[in-house]
Structures are given as structure tokens and as C-alpha cells.
Design a protein around this ligand. Sequence first.
Ligand code: SF4
Length: 63
Amino acid sequence: MKAYVNDKCIGCGLCVSLCGEVFSMEDNGLAKAVNDHVPPSAEAMVIEAKTNCPAVAIETTGH
Ligand code: SF4
């Protein structure tokens, strides 16, 4: 699975709280997927973040 944060991010920080292994906050206050190849162990939390992102800014591809 790959994860990507699109330009709808509002910087709420939820995804970073849920899965700091994949998401981090940038200097501009918005999130970025730092590890776009999601380790299998983190996939469930990435899906959790994607489901709960208030801006629908997290996109994933693959499995
Ligand atoms: S949960 Fe969504 S809106 Fe919040 S920081 Fe992450 S990508 Fe941005």
C-alpha cells in the first residue's frame, strides 16, 4: 500500500497522532506521508487515519 496526503489537508494532526510512522507534520503546518510505502504493520492505522481525516485528504493505492 502507498499513502499520500492531497492538498485538502487542513493540518489537524489526527493522522500524525494515529500513525507517526507514516505521517508527519511539515513546516507549513500540513501533513505529509513521509513513508509512502506503508509497512504492512501500519496499514490498519493508515486506513483508520484515512477514514477519520476530517478533510478527506488521505489517499491510498494498492494493498
Ligand atoms: S488527518 Fe487529514 S486533515 Fe488532519 S493532518 Fe492528517 S491529512 Fe491533514
